[in-house]
Ligand binder design. Structure first.
Ligand code: DGJ
Length: 385
């Protein structure tokens, strides 16, 4: 009975979402423009991600102030039924004034993502945390939970994932030579020897005792309910995909390394049919660079690198942005929105959003700039070219 009710509820909310889209004139999505919320103020949810839950979209992101990218307010949430009109739900994980607390005002809280755990009925938020006054040295990930999508989220802890765990995909040969990889011997970076040592796990070994660095991050819940934490690790040189526990609040110890020494940030992952795709960026601070793309048929790899998914003018700098999330639209087959941030380091709160539909050409995702588009783009798609 409970299951039937759940199904009916799910069906009705999907139906409501789809009919909402058609009911009224669709509002255009204009990447790069000011995007006002319900109070007419530019949405302040940067490096964000979206959760769809029971007919409503929740957009979580970093609140940025006018003069600093450090966290002065906390993690924001906006809600919407149609993806274009957003209600400001406020800071759902606010910073605190207690200097002994990790999320004290002035720390760095970046790239928050929220997933729903249907077993515990909790909304679980992970984000990249840097401790106040330490620049980007801490390289930690933090977790918070809430009973409601609109918070308040309860801060649990921060950590460096997978202390004392070998990567699941580390070869026997790599394990055997790990003892010889002493970072003292590789003081000079970017040499061929250093590059080879990084690939073989130089920084994995260095951080084995206290856990792996975890900066730019993403969350992904697979069809079987297993959740994964994907983050830039090893001095931003290598991405890790780490399995989360059943509660989604910690790591199981199983993780793989993607593109070792490839220097990737800003991972955004999605699954189309049975292929996992990941779009990422290079590492150039707040400046845009060329996006990268990988695919795999198993989340634990092997992952294959493809060409830049962006095409057309300014595709070599991701249209001025940096990936943050790929949103899967409910109720539509293989309908995904690529989301990116156009950072404004001199005026952080003025950072803009890029939302573009993902198209598939010859089976591969492609992102093309559009000044303006509407969500019925996905209904007008013709057979793949
Ligand atoms: C690039 C990252 O993707 C951002 O989230 C932020 O950490 C900046 N670097 C800081 O320079």
């Amino acid at each position: 009975m409970k299951r039937t009710m759940k199904f009916v509820y799910g069906f009705l909310s999907l139906f409501f979402f789809v009919s909402c889209l058609h009911e009224k004139e669709l509002k255009p999505i204009c990447s790069g423009d000011i995007w006002p919320d319900d109070k007419g103020v530019h949405i302040n949810a940067h490096g964000g991600g979206i959760l769809y839950h029971k007919g409503t979209f929740y957009w979580y992101g970093e609140n940025k102030s006018d003069s600093t990218s450090n966290a002065m307010v906390g993690i924001m949430c906006y809600s919407s039924k149609n993806l274009t009109d957003w209600k400001n739900e406020g800071a759902v994980l606010p910073v605190v004034s207690d200097e002994s607390c990790e999320i004290v005002q002035g720390c760095i809280m970046e790239r928050p993502k929220v997933i729903y755990n249907s077993k515990t009925k909790k909304f679980v938020m992970w984000f990249h945390l840097e401790l106040k006054g330490q620049g980007y040295a801490a390289a930690r990930s933090a977790v918070a939970v809430s009973d409601l999508p609109t918070g308040p989220f309860k801060y649990l802890r921060s950590l460096r994932p997978n202390a004392k765990k070998f990567p699941y995909d580390m070869t026997e040969r790599q394990r055997n030579i790990l003892d010889t990889l002493d970072s003292q011997h590789y003081q000079k970076w970017w040499t061929p020897e250093w590059n080879e040592a990084v690939k073989n796990g130089l920084f994995v070994k260095r951080d084995m005792q206290n856990g792996q660095m975890a900066r730019d991050m993403q969350l992904f819940v697979d069809d079987d309910g297993k959740a994964y934490h994907i983050y830039s690790s090893e001095e931003n040189l290598t991405l890790h995909i780490a399995e989360l526990n059943d509660e989604y609040t910690g790591h199981t110890g199983k993780y793989v390394r993607v593109a070792p020494a490839g220097h990737n940030e800003a991972p955004a992952i999605f699954k189309a049919d049975s292929t996992y795709w990941m779009i990422s960026s290079g590492c150039t601070g707040w400046d845009p660079n060329e996006a990268r793309m990988f695919s795999a048929t198993n989340i634990f790899g092997p992952w294959t690198q493809h060409r830049n998914p962006c095409v057309g003018p300014k595709s070599e700098i991701t249209f001025g942005g940096q990936s943050t999330f790929v949103l899967k639209l409910p109720g539509k087959k293989n309908a995904f929105i690529f989301m990116a941030d156009i950072w404004k380091p001199k005026h952080p709160s003025d950072a803009r959003y890029i939302w573009l539909p993902i198209q598939f050409k010859n089976g591969n995702p492609v992102v093309e700039w559009m000044d303006s588009w509407t969500l019925d783009f996905f209904d007008k798609r013709t057979a793949e070219k």
